[in-house]
Ligand binder design. Structure first.
Ligand code: AMP
Ligand code: MG
Length: 350
């Protein structure tokens, strides 16, 4: 609890789960109705859709409704939709949220996109340039997966003094069945929640909440192939350097390719053994909303999460993971082996 968010963990968790669940419903609707062949291009050429905006506004609206004013570090903002040239996109977004948000207006929608009504004055600390605590949100992580009608996620975390202390992760197309092919969408989806103050990570499905078993500390037999999550998009990671790291492990391995922070869910629920994100040789910015939610869920399920050098992830350095280099999230028995293999394979930028 804090002066700016006097809420219990249960209240925060419930609000976070409701927020991502409502946003996921709107994303599903828009995924089934939008023309996905022509996404909007941002200034850096990355794609964004009307669903990204609708999802962010829905999450903020639900959090504010439950908790009062919040501080948000979100991936999107209202600037694109405030441009009169994009009034059609704004109308489609409003129509999509209206069934879940009676009385929504253009102003209330755009205000929500920017984080809702002003929150109490920020309290910067010496070690945290971002006022703490705050929420961080990726309204659609894996936009390219969303456009392919495969995996994507709505990712929300509550960050306090550099640590993701609570999270909700909606995976709207991820089958509950661990043996299902992740490339095939299951529109029932799954939601994960976790908080450092309460034990375990919870999986929410049609059947209700279930605490995930903690990831095992003991290694499986060496002949059992390890399963490693990686991106579908070739430009998002260096497959060559990942394979060099995996070969150096001297164990059989399989790659599980899927978009978004659904990768963290797979590792948390034991369907994969690790996700490895090696930093590019070129300057690629890792944002806190791309990792804080998934990392919190996986950690709560007993996984070890660090950067590629084995350092803890620091979500308090700004909107980017400026103090870290890459990400490794793994079952406890595999994490140390992966970090050693990364060191020996010499795949990190000097
Ligand atoms: P994935 O789902 O593994 O494809 O990763 C999705 C994330 O990759 C998005 O959140 C983007 O922020 C990030 N991303 C986008 N372009 C790049 C890139 N060129 N290199 C590394 N990551 C990227
Ligand atoms: Mg993202």
């Amino acid at each position: 609890m804090s002066a700016t968010q006097p809420h219990t963990t249960d209240v925060l968790l419930k609000a976070a789960r409701r927020a991502v669940a409502g946003a996921a419903r709107v994303c599903r609707y828009l995924q089934s109705t939008l023309d996905l062949s022509a996404p909007i291009r941002k200034a850096d050429e990355s794609p964004v859709t009307i669903a990204d905006f609708a999802s962010q506004a829905m999450v903020v609206r639900t959090l504010v409704e439950s908790l009062g004013p919040i501080r948000l570090v979100g991936e999107e903002s209202s600037s694109h939709l405030r441009n009169p040239a994009h009034s059609h996109a704004l109308r489609v977004a409003l129509d999509a949220v209206r069934p879940h948000w009676p009385g929504v207006t253009t102003n209330s929608f755009l205000e929500a996109l920017d984080g809702g009504p002003p929150s109490p004055a920020p309290l910067p600390t010496a070690d945290s340039p971002l006022p703490s605590p705050f929420w961080t949100l990726d309204p659609i992580d894996g936009t390219k997966g969303f456009l392919r009608r495969q995996q994507y996620s709505v990712c929300l975390a509550y960050v306090d003094r550099g640590q993701a202390v609570l999270a909700a992760l909606a995976c709207p197309n991820l089958a509950q069945d661990r043996s299902a092919d992740v490339a095939i969408p299951d529109s029932r989806g799954t939601i994960y929640t976790a908080a450092v103050a309460s034990p375990g990570a919870i999986e929410w499905t049609d059947a209700g909440p279930q605490t995930l078993p903690r990831r095992e500390a003991a290694a499986p037999p060496r002949e059992r192939p390890i399963r490693i999550c990686s991106s579908v998009e070739p430009s998002h990671s260096s497959l060559g350097r990942l394979l060099a790291v995996l070969r150096a492990l001297d164990r059989p391995y399989e790659l599980v390719r899927l978009d978004s922070q659904c990768k963290y869910a797979l590792v948390a629920r034991g369907q994969a053994d690790a996700l490895v994100r090696l930093p590019g040789r070129r300057e690629v910015i890792y944002h806190i909303w791309d990792h804080a939610p998934g990392a919190a869920i996986a950690s709560a399920a007993g996984c070890v999460v660090s950067d590629a050098r084995g350092e803890p992830l620091d979500f308090g350095a700004g909107a980017s993971l400026a103090r870290n280099m890459g990400v490794v999230c793994a079952a406890p028995w595999l994490h140390g082996e992966l970090i050693r293999s990364i060191q020996h394979s010499n795949v990190l930028p000097a």
